[in-house]
Design a protein around this ligand. Structure first.
Ligand code: MG
Ligand code: MG
Length: 616
């Protein structure tokens, strides 16, 4: 199948779009009618431009409201089709894409539609044109691909075929079982789009929330298996209407589209691209620490129960550990500045543990992601990283790789102390500029085997933050991603202060949160202050006895519970840090404490305000 994309999927003028699409690697494009009609050159110029960029024009789309009309309405449609054939000839394309009718005068009935499409196909045949019919999810009488197939099959014209569009199929919950019975040569075009599960009308859902395969929650893999079974070998095109894509950088969106195209290709049974792997856990977290914050950072790590167990022999990098958690403290902030544009104390990289790091690297490379090999950054280690569109580095590790890291880079490490307070990384939360949000989802979902939760809104005192959780099967990896339209939310303030997207907080799991909290308080570490009113309500809401509630208030511990159990959490503010440490105690609870996110965000906002007032 040949990857293609519709011009409507990205922003810009027609020449900008075509150039971005060609540069991303595409050799085929669907030209959306408005892009052509608003182009200042002639139609032939547009066709020549596409050709000069190495792009085949798959179709000029769409033709609307063909079937079910009478009298003058019907005559006008056939006349319009002839004019459209003229445009198509000049543009250099021979496939007309027709959407099912939404015309108020359109009448129902199979035989009526068959007569209409037979005439259209005969007219098209005289011009050497093929016609492809698509069932829109909100079509007046035809809204399911099986109805469209029935019309195409009954009309039985060699130049009349079907468009299958994943959005229309999945948004209506249509059964995929008929697809494998459609002969592959009767399918003239396949359009792919993903979308989040939402309950709203089909038209608004389609116009605003489509996204690339992998970025939403539709079962595109099942569709690909069905389409492969038909023997179809034509264009596999993305047709995406998305509000964020319309305002984003066309190059970045076209690049993401091409990656999503490669992702679809990797689903085919003939693909040699290694399979997706689950992220088992976080192998290490690297903190980049300017000299002036080093003393405070190490004091906080000690208070959290970490031990400085080893040093890199040649570089100012320290290994700190406890339980299954490894933190690399990099005292050379020039690395973070150079690679990430980060200033100050920040999280500069994550290492993720996989079954086979080399296979993950091969997959990321095949899908077109930015892969940084150790030679490229003059590293002494042997780890390869994926650099996200947002700049973040994710090192790919397997068991052998992490053992090699410790033995060659930190050869004189002491044993990791046993019986420590913190055991594992519970979750990580990242803030991403809103326009990069779906690019980051694409990277995690297509390279790795991760579930994506539905999106939920976190209310921040200064706006809304959209959040979703990517998680592995064993809960050894949970990543909360956050993006916000509103410029003054905590997520966007952190992005600006840090100079880019990245980790907003790292949550560790403690077996005894109260004990951890006491230690933190004794060490003088700053724990994010929670307003007393929170505790007035919490004690009553959850039936917490007064002594325990008083302890929680004194130690700034937040509380939540779900049907599975209890959750307690607190946040530590590292000196000069552009992120927070979170410590949680999870007793059966399944979530990440989203119910308390508003309290946390408000506490951060009032803290930021206090800090900026003090520094004035
Ligand atoms: Mg479509
Ligand atoms: Mg959290």
């Amino acid at each position: 199948m040949i990857p293609s994309i519709a011009t409507v999927s990205i922003s810009g003028t027609l020449p900008e779009k075509l150039e971005a699409i060609a540069r991303a690697g595409y050799t085929a494009v669907e030209v959306f009618e408005n892009d052509l009609l608003s182009f200042s050159g002639t139609v032939r110029d547009a066709g020549a431009l596409a050709k000069s960029l190495g792009l085949t024009v798959v179709t000029l789309q769409p033709m609307r409201d063909v079937e079910g009309l009478d009298g003058r309405d019907r005559q006008r449609v056939m006349d319009h089709a002839e004019r459209k054939f003229d445009l198509m000839e000049e543009l250099g394309t021979s496939l007309m894409m027709v959407c099912s009718s939404v015309h108020p005068h359109s009448k129902p009935g199979l035989s009526r539609a068959v007569v209409d499409f037979s005439e259209l196909a005969e007219r098209a045949a005289r011009r050497g044109i093929r016609v492809a019919y698509e069932a829109l999810a909100w079509g007046r009488h035809v809204s399911d691909y099986r109805q469209a197939w029935e019309i195409v099959r009954t009309a039985d014209q060699p130049n009349l075929g079907l468009v299958l569009d994943t959005f229309h199929i999945f948004s209506r919950g249509s059964d995929l079982e008929v697809i494998p019975f459609i002969p592959g040569d009767r399918i003239f075009l396949v359009q792919t789009a993903d979308a989040p599960h939402l309950s709203m009308d089909h038209l608004s859902w389609s116009r605003h929330y489509r996204c690339f395969p992998g970025q939403g929650q539709m079962d595109i893999g099942r569709f690909m298996a069905a389409i492969e079974a038909t023997g179809y070998n034509g264009y596999l095109s993305h047709e995406i209407f998305n509000d964020t894509f319309r305002m984003a950088n066309p190059q970045q969106i076209a690049r993401d589209g091409y990656r999503a195209s490669q992702y679809l290709a990797s689903m085919l049974s003939t693909s040699t691209v290694p399979h997706k792997q689950a992220i088992q856990s976080i192998g290490f977290i690297e903190l980049s620490t300017p000299t002036e914050h080093y003393a405070a950072t190490s004091k906080t790590l000690v208070a959290l129960g970490f031990t400085h167990i080893g040093d890199h022999p040649h570089k100012p990098v320290e290994r700190w550990a406890q339980g299954d958690i490894n933190i690399l403290v990099n005292r050379d902030p020039s690395f973070a500045k150079q690679w990430l544009g980060h200033d100050g104390l920040s999280v500069s990289a994550l290492g993720v543990l996989l079954e086979n790091a080399a296979a993950a690297e091969a997959r990321a490379t095949a899908l077109g992601f930015q892969v940084i090999r150790p030679e490229a950054c003059d590293a002494s280690h042997q780890m390869t990283a994926i650099q996200g569109v947002d700049g973040t580095l994710t090192y790919l590790l397997d068991q052998a790789g992490i053992e090699a890291l410790w033995s060659t880079e930190f050869p004189n490490s002491q044993a990791i102390p046993e019986d420590t307070m913190l055991e594992t990384v519970d979750h990580i939360s990242v803030s991403i500029p809103y326009e990069d949000y779906l690019s980051v989802v694409l990277q995690y979902r297509t390279v790795f085997d991760l579930d994506l939760s539905p999106a939920f809104d976190i209310t921040d005192p200064r706006g809304l933050i959209q959040s979703q959780v990517l998680s592995g099967p064993t809960h050894g990896f949970r990543l909360a991603i956050n993006g916000s339209h509103s410029p003054q939310t905590t997520a966007n303030q952190l992005i600006r202060r840090r100079g880019g997207s990245g980790v907003q907080h790292i949550a560790f799991h403690s077996r005894a949160l109260k004990h951890t909290a006491e230690r933190l308080q004794a060490s003088g570490a700053e724990v994010l202050a929670i307003p007393q009113n929170y505790y007035r309500d919490m004690a009553g809401k959850f039936g917490i006895d007064p002594d325990r509630a008083a302890d929680m208030e004194r130690l700034h511990i937040l509380f939540d519970e779900d049907a599975s159990g209890e959750f307690q959490q607190l946040y530590v503010v590292p000196e000069g840090g552009h992120f927070l440490f979170e410590v949680v105690q999870r007793d059966g609870y399944l979530g990440l404490g989203a119910a308390n996110a508003y309290i946390r965000a408000s506490a951060q906002q009032s803290r930021l305000k206090t800090v900026s007032e003090q520094s004035v």
